[in-house]
Design a binder for this molecule. Sequence first.
Ligand code: 5AD
Ligand code: SF4
Length: 457
Amino acid sequence: MKTVHILTYGCQMNVYDSARMADALKPFGFSVVDAAADADLVVLNTCHIRDKAAEKVYSELGRLAEAKAERAIRGRPLLIAVAGCVAQAEGEEIRARAPSVDIVIGPQAYHRLPGLVAEAERAGGFGLDIDFPVESKFDHLPAVDAASATIDGTSAFLTVQEGCDKFCSFCVVPYTRGAETSRPVTQVLAEARVLALAGVREITLLGQNVNNYHGAAPSGPGDWSLGRLIATLAEIDGIDRIRYTTSYPADVDDDLIAAHRDVPKLMPYLHLPVQSGSDSILAAMGRRHDRAAYFRLVDRLKAARPDLALASDFIVGFPGETEGDFAATVDLVERIGFAQAYSFKYSPRPGTPAASLGGQISETEKSERLARLQVAVDHHRLLFNQATAGRTMPVLFERHGRRAGQLIGRSPYMQPVHVDASDRHIGRILPVAVVAGYANSLEGRIAMSSEAVPVPA
Ligand code: 5AD
Ligand code: SF4
């Protein structure tokens, strides 16, 4: 038996892809190990979204190069593969900067990973595959099977859409993940049924622009929208919770809003990145929404599902951002009151239009704005968490807590909930009375006897 260790950076789609790479290698005799020291093959599944994410990869490659040299002396070779968005964006440059790398493979070529590994084992040469194939990798990767070691736990990701055609001026994704494609409905439903059989209770549908899903209909002509897909996934027994991420505001359609109204299994938490609260910055970013459109959209979503909690992404220090633009972002945070938000300093990415704009903001200024934005964001997250204290809500128990006898679950609003409860509740959804809300989590107790039957989410 050969062994592979996969190190995953970046987004949830990379987490999903890493599992699929493991699935693809399994028929070729590879089992997954937790430590690079035990592995014959190490795959770094990388992220290129910000400079910091990409640089981490090179420092890891430095460490791996030393391990590889030492292993060669001991006669147990180590193969190193770089996958993901840095592989796609930097291709051969990786080989130049890190000569110990054997394979560079882009996100659309993972079905060809076993072939490249076999080639590298046999010939020892360098393998590069960063083509965007005409056919989808999903037509060639092995189907997820219920016995797969990569289905782990009660909550799972399921990629339904990949790539992006929006070309926001700051973003590498259209270059690293390619054009928007959607998996056919039949493929998605089949994978969801397998996940349900394997004991998964919650699925998160993934896509860089997931709400522009338009997968081929199971029969007949035409495509399905994400809203229709969600309504059909909700009919699968065993799947009790559905989420999706990440959404592009201008592509939220009536079907999706209707799903928030009509599908109780669709959780009342939505990650809807706005990026900035300033119209002139939104225009310079090439976003297809302005501030007013974002507020209107939030109103429509909340009319459909009044308890909907919102999350967002923000970039501070985009080129040309004035103190007034930044104040508009803070104001938007104050008005919407996000339950969760991720904020980043603008990072110029090679090849993207914004990287060559005038008016680049200094690091000091970016850091200072980030800190100010985070104060506002943290404040609203705390308020949101505190507001759930006193309520009873269904919690999906996922794993052990740090203390013995403690479990961690998720509320419908994605809040981690700490509860004293027995192990046998892992994988169940039980009503929890929330006792307290903190900065990043809730504390609660099971609201009925431990013999209680699970309730729907
Ligand atoms: N600099 C900083 N943040 C970025 N993001 C995307 N590109 C950049 C960049 N060049 C952020 C956006 C996006 C999230 C995944 O990462 O907020 O929504
Ligand atoms: Fe990073 Fe974007 Fe690639 Fe995900 S898709 S790994 S966030 S660059």
